[in-house]
Design a protein around this ligand. Structure first.
Ligand SMILES: [Zn+2]
Length: 316
């Protein structure tokens, strides 16, 4: 990667998903001037702080790869600024409190997903090793452990590592990943944050069993072209034109379905088809009609219409 004027940023010279150098710039604006300045201020203030002095001279540059259609930020924070962002700007006390205040639905979602995974392998849970890459506060790994699986996780944040260890999750480092042979590797809202997603995926694959599965779940925005045309920095998160899928500093990679499949192919992985019966196997009707619509109908966009960025991959 090249150097930007601001030494805390690096410039990407190729697509981080497929390594192509054929990409076009879709949008560009300095970080420390409006509308980015205002956006960052409003985004980070509820989470902690924002330090504009670290952003001077750097620009938010959105590019689109002409080969795989991935949308990526060209100037990204280097390792030390990333660390500052995730450790200081985002207050871990606030995120931990938010995590602890999650309702039962949050954990129930993990429980359903893990039951489906165990069912897919059709083996006793105690014989399966599951690894959550970028585990955050450990909710997923902890649920895997509750079902009797061998539960592993990784994190860069010291506080989250300590929290996981205290909860009996086996914490491993990046370098230790290839020493393992996991049945299942979970990446939930992680690959959109990493500087080199293709390299990361290849590394994860080195820790996967021959017949193992890697899940990639990243933000979805099927109308991304319209969002990039409008570039409405005021659009609230979760609304039609929200720019959260390409959020400055954090969502440095935005994957279309094509981009995910291209990156996986580059890493020697292909989509694994999960039988529909498994998706419905562990659903119950306890949650009422609203819950039913959300839970029972959700596999349709994911697996039939293929409009959600939630995919399982296996070795080619
Ligand atoms: Zn690409």
């Amino acid at each position: 990667m090249g150097k930007s004027i601001n030494q805390l940023f690096e410039t990407r010279n190729e697509c981080p998903g497929c390594s192509s150098d054929q990409f076009i710039t879709k949008y560009q604006s300095p970080y420390d001037e409006d509308p980015l300045r205002k956006y960052l201020y409003n985004f980070y203030l509820p989470k902690g702080i924002v330090e504009f002095e670290y952003l001077e001279g750097a620009s938010y540059i959105l590019c689109e790869c002409q080969n795989c259609s991935m949308v990526f930020q060209r100037e990204i924070p280097n390792d030390s600024l990333m660390e500052r962002l995730y450790e200081k700007w985002i207050d871990s006390g606030i995120t931990h409190r938010n995590y602890k205040e999650q309702g039962t639905g949050f954990h129930y979602y993990y429980a359903q997903e893990i039951m489906r995974i165990i069912s897919y392998f059709n083996k006793p849970a105690a014989t399966l090793s599951l690894f959550d890459f970028g585990m955050g506060w450990g909710g997923w790994a902890l649920m895997a452990k509750a079902f009797g699986c061998d539960a592993y996780g990784s994190e860069v944040s010291a506080e989250r590592i300590e929290n996981a260890r205290a909860n009996g999750i086996k914490v491993i480092s990046w370098d230790e990943i290839p020493e393992h042979k996991f049945d299942f590797i979970n990446t939930e809202q992680v690959l959109e944050h990493v500087p080199e997603p293709l390299k990361t995926l290849r590394h994860l694959k080195s820790g996967l069993k021959a017949d193992g599965i890697i899940k990639i779940s990243v933000p979805t925005a099927n109308n991304i072209k319209k969002r990039l045309k409008k570039m409405d920095w005021e659009a609230p998160r979760g609304t039609k034109y929200s720019l959260n899928p390409v959020a400055p500093m954090e969502h440095i990679n935005f994957f279309t379905r094509k981009a995910l499949l291209t990156m996986a192919a580059e890493a020697g992985l292909k989509e694994a088809i999960i039988p529909m019966s498994l998706h419905y196997k562990y659903l119950s009707l306890w949650g009422g009609t609203k819950w039913f619509a959300k839970s029972v109908l959700y596999p349709i966009p994911r697996f039939i219409l293929k409009t959600q960025n939630y995919l399982f991959f296996r070795n080619v």
